[in-house]
Design a protein around this ligand. Structure first.
Ligand code: ZN
Ligand code: ZN
Length: 130
């Protein structure tokens, strides 16, 4: 019954989740951290902050595009989650209903963006690009 885990990352235990729960009904992902803190991220926010290279590029272009509404006919990206899996021991990868699954959300960045009153009273900052 003993499982050996190798910990090569040098991160504080605070940034380790004890539990990750996807609540499709509430439309959120709840992470319970090693220190007992619970963060609830809305799926919409997670998708809007997808840290993959192509989404980051899209967001940059969207900022430049705000002046002209000619290209706003594109449907918004899906905020419906299809699955979640751990990426190594430092991140989680979400797969969305439209098949997009290249965003790796590091625990450190997620914890920094915890949307609760205590962590970010003015609302969560954008997910950090690494
Ligand atoms: Zn993406
Ligand atoms: Zn918090």
């Amino acid at each position: 019954m003993t499982q050996t885990m190798t910990h090569t990352m040098t991160q504080t235990p605070t940034h380790r989740p004890k539990d990750i729960a996807v609540d499709r009904t509430a439309g959120e992902v709840r992470i319970t951290w090693a220190d007992g803190h619970v963060s609830a991220y809305s799926l919409r926010w997670l998708r809007a902050n997808c840290p993959c290279a192509s989404c980051r590029e899209e967001r940059r272009e969207a900022v430049l595009r705000t002046e002209s509404l000619s290209l706003s006919a594109l449907p918004p990206p899906s905020a419906e989650i299809a699955g979640a899996e751990l990426a190594g021991n430092y991140a989680v990868r979400f797969e969305w209903a439209d098949g997009h699954a290249s965003g790796i959300y590091t625990f450190a960045a997620l914890r920094a963006c915890c949307p609760c009153e205590q962590c970010n009273p003015n609302g969560p900052p954008p997910l950090l690009d690494d």
